[in-house]
Write a protein that binds this ligand. Structure first.
Ligand code: FAD
Length: 106
């Protein structure tokens, strides 16, 4: 089976980076594609208990795909929900662009 930690880091990198470059004003098609990407995870993510936690969490917090900033914040909050559940530190969601898009200020 996949290493749950490596898989998690790779998946968060993919998801946060994709959110960071999602459009400010996504088209109907882009919104629908993002929704199906996110909604497929509880079915397909190859860590069963992770997938089922995510599915329950997404019922309480439906994906927000209306804009880049909205999606980035929503995803940061979902990742923080996992962080808390695993006893890890919460990430400051004000810094999500610095981490996943712009890099540190110089
Ligand atoms: P990660 O949590 O993988 O984070 C990678 C990097 O992202 C961090 O170094 C930091 O720079 C940045 N980051 C951290 N928090 C945030 C945030 N809130 N927003 C933006 N950036 C952030 N593991 C389990 O053991 N049990 C589970 O149930 C479980 N469920 C998961 C569900 C999903 C959908 C995913 C994608 C992963 C899940 N994982 C789970 C894996 C877990 O979240 C971590 O990926 C893994 O434990 C490795 O953690 P890490 O400390 O290296 O950093």
């Amino acid at each position: 089976p996949p290493d749950v930690e490596d898989l998690g880091r790779a998946t968060w990198t993919f998801l946060h980076t994709t959110a960071a470059y999602y459009p400010d004003k996504p088209t109907v098609t882009q919104r629908a594609s993002m929704l199906s990407l996110l909604r497929s995870l509880p079915t397909l993510y190859p860590c069963g208990h992770c997938a089922s936690h995510l599915g329950e969490n997404m019922k309480e917090h439906p994906p927000r795909v209306g804009s880049r900033s909205e999606l980035s914040k929503w995803l940061c909050e979902r990742h923080n929900d996992v962080n808390v559940r695993l006893g890890k530190e919460k990430f400051d969601c004000a810094k999500v662009d610095e981490r996943w898009k712009d890099g540190p200020p110089d």
